[in-house]
Design a protein around this ligand. Structure first.
Ligand code: PRE
Length: 252
């Protein structure tokens, strides 16, 4: 991205929006749109200008970092204001649905880069060096410039995929992880003494996602079209194990 592109419109100053501010404010002037009182306090402290939707939407680059359930309506709402040759980026955990919503809503000249940074406030606590971001170039003009920005400027590991390839992989990667983490969280309090290495790693994984909202969990499970299938296989493996163990317990 050239130095002349300075204005970044950011929708959503939630957990991920704040991470974006932390890592992109050295490169852009950030104009954020978020009506919450917490956003007001955060913006004041972090040199972010709070603006109304039309102003954020008219920035050179627009990043949508609001919950997935809001994206379709948001894409329609920003459409009349985006620059004719602007760039709109989303950052959510599923990609097929947002890609379609953005293509349907935005004028044909507007570039669309769907992304999934495979990290969040927890995993990026010590920095983003070498963490992975998946880029889905849905409708992009200068992909090489964008890849260079993410890989060289932000020092991320970049992989490129279609929204389908992304959702297929993440149905298991996140669909299973968040499901198992929910189950284990429901079993708290769990032991913290006499722990094994495998148990520690498992609980570390649970810790990385336990602060995530229930809304994110539901979105990962419901908005990824491949999640239901892998979940079904997971539960049928559990049922088979339960049957085997109960048969053993009853002495069969
Ligand atoms: O590491 C974090 O802070 C998280 O929120 C975890 C996590 C995940 O591992 O699934 C959650 C959602 C994001 O898409 C990526 C990372």
């Amino acid at each position: 991205m050239s130095k002349s592109v300075r204005k970044l419109g950011l929708f959503g100053l939630g957990a991920f929006g704040r991470l974006i501010v932390k890592h992109l404010s050295p490169y852009f002037d950030i104009y954020a749109c978020d009506p919450s009182p917490e956003a007001r306090a955060f913006a004041r402290r972090h040199n972010v200008t709070l603006v109304d939707l039309p102003v954020a939407a008219a920035c050179d680059i627009v990043v949508l970092a609001t919950p997935i359930r809001t994206l379709e309506a948001l894409a329609k709402a920003v459409a009349p204001y985006v620059k004719p040759y602007g760039l709109v980026i989303d950052v959510g955990s599923v990609k097929i649905k947002p890609a379609k919503w953005l293509v349907d809503a935005l004028p044909a000249t507007v570039s669309i880069l769907c992304t999934h940074p495979l990290f969040g406030p927890q995993s990026a606590r010590k920095g983003i060096h070498d963490l992975e971001i998946v880029l889905c170039p849905v409708r992009v003009r200068h992909m090489d410039t964008l890849v260079r920005f993410f890989s060289q400027t932000l020092d991320l590991k970049v992989s490129v995929a279609t929204p389908e390839q992304h959702d297929k992989a993440l149905a298991a990667v996140q669909g299973l992880t968040h499901l198992i983490a929910k189950v284990l969280s429901g079993l708290e309090p769990l032991p913290t003494v006499h722990t094994t290495r495998s148990y520690d790693l498992m609980m570390q994984g649970v810790g990385l996602v336990s602060g995530d909202s229930d809304e994110l969990f539901l979105s990962i499970e419901r908005d990824n079209p491949f999640a239901a299938e892998i979940r079904k296989r997971f539960f049928s493996e559990i049922d088979a194990l339960r049957n085997r163990l109960e048969a053993h317990d009853s002495g069969k």
